[in-house]
Design a protein around this ligand. Structure first.
Ligand code: ZN
Length: 75
């Protein structure tokens, strides 16, 4: 279904590993479960970056997909 929707929208679908995306800082890549202060709040224990937890996790998923694409293009 996702493949169909992505193709229909002219988008590329990439599957990335979800592990630690909610615990990793999207600014500095520090990973610590304590950074996930609540369901809604992410505050990095290393650099202090604060964001809505879902936004931080979404950025990590985006970066993972971009890294995967860059590696695929590099061969
Ligand atoms: Zn950080």
């Amino acid at each position: 279904m996702l493949e169909y929707k992505a193709a229909d929208a002219g988008r590329e679908l990439r599957v990335v590993a979800p592990q630690f995306t909610s615990q990793r800082c999207s600014k500095g890549e520090h990973t610590d479960e304590a950074s996930r202060r609540s369901q809604a709040v992410f505050r990095c224990t290393a650099c202090g970056y604060e964001s809505h937890a879902d936004v931080n996790a979404a950025c990590n998923v985006l970066w993972a997909g971009r890294a995967q694409r860059a590696l695929a293009r590099a061969g």
